[in-house]
Design a protein around this ligand. Sequence first.
Ligand code: NAD
Length: 500
Amino acid sequence: MHNFQAQDHFSDGAQYIAGRLTKGTSGTHHAVVDPATGNEVYSYELAGSDDVDAAVAAAAEAFPGWARATPGERSDALHRFAGVLADRAEEFAQAESLQCGKPIKLSREFDVPGTVDNAAFFAGAARHLQGQSAGEYTGDHTSYVRREPIGVVGSIAPWNYPLQMAAWKVLPAIAAGNTIVLKPAELTPFTSLLFAQAATEAGIPDGVVNIVTGAGKEAGERLVGHPDVAMTSFTGSTGVGKRVAEIATATVKRLHLELGGKAPFVVFDDADLDAAVHGAVAGALINSGQDCTAATRAYVQRPLYDAFVAGVADLMESVRLGDPFDPSTDMGPLISHVHRDRVAGFVDRARSYARVVTGGEALQHPGAFYKPTLIADAAQDSEVVQSEIFGPVLVVLPFDSDDEGIRLANDTPYGLAASAWSRDVFRANRATREIKAGCVWVNDHIPILSEMPHGGYKASGYGKDMSAYSFEEYTQVKHVMFDNTAVVRKDWHRTIFGDR
Ligand code: NAD
């Protein structure tokens, strides 16, 4: 059982503007439903355009002071922030599991510690923002480069990892001296709100971190199109990302897009079969498969193919579905009944052209549970191989030559993550070089870390979350040039004045 009562925490509303919870003013209410039971656990008024405007105004007002704070001051605040998050870890884990239906062991061991570590990482990184070295490149001038924050950042996040997405958006932005308005998905507001409250508790000034919880069409589009927002950072589906890009481009905003994925999992015939089977099941089922980097397409070299299919099916059947708050539960429900039905639709359509080896059905249960599913014999150009399903569904296909395995791995519009399984260092190294994805694991699939960048190739977007690389998104560089000569008539004036 959990003891997170959302109403006790958010009785003042689900918007966090200038350091205070407020109610939305859109006129539309939204019910947060526990996907494991189907029960409503909180209801709130969504943010409308006026709420977005108020949040952007608060962020714009806070910007000059926060941008002027020294790196050391911002670092101190982020260290305190990491401390508050660590102190409240269990509360965050319960809120995350309640709104997402994710197993409490996943929230406790992955989402929350990952977020604390991210805060600690950016506390350190805040002191390492550098421009290039200065120098006299013309001989008559000194040039140097200043690295500066962008201004108010408008961020939009999905529902699959609400806490980590809030952290990935907020931490690099504010470490670099920006202020931010974050719109979480309307299904999952709790941990973004707790995160913003923790920032305030840590002494981060009011207005630096603001949350607007509203619908994509209204609050989301207003945030992306707002004239006082200097940058949009979006994580979500490729379809919505294209719409966001159109709006952001019309207002000439800097844009960072973390979009969908369809990660390949390539098993060469010298791989450790048992390791690959375990890696595939864990990599496909983490967070009920609602993970943009989840293993979704296993390509297995012919000699291992039958044993891999049998091993994965057996292991999937041993996965325990159930109450997310039972520490022994391996897999929770999907985020909603609507999403479960969408996942079921992919599998049901696949029955006409492929073989459902195991799973392929919802649990008879009031929650939005769907069984771990393995699909074989689908063609490379079929829907289940090409489209992002975002559920506990792994598709497995055979390949013959190494060239073919790598070609098939690259043959979708996406390029977020991939893995290669082999004990041959040359083969594995070639795969890491030739697979087009923002991350390629060797003999593992899923781990992420604060020091390393996360971001896509191709239709999975551009720009990086986490690591010092994220500062490339959240800062701009300014060239400053000093004349060193004090000469009135500079040599280059000849281009204007001729010989006068
Ligand atoms: P989604 O695209 O439906 O929604 C994402 C966010 O965009 C939500 O906050 C939503 O309210 C908002 N939104 C919807 N329409 C909008 C509009 N017209 N204008 C502005 N904002 C709008 O995605 P989702 O279903 O919440 O999340 C799943 C998707 O997120 C998957 O495609 C997954 O791969 C992707 N994802 C990617 C990464 C990554 O790092 N690349 C990480 C997590 C999730």
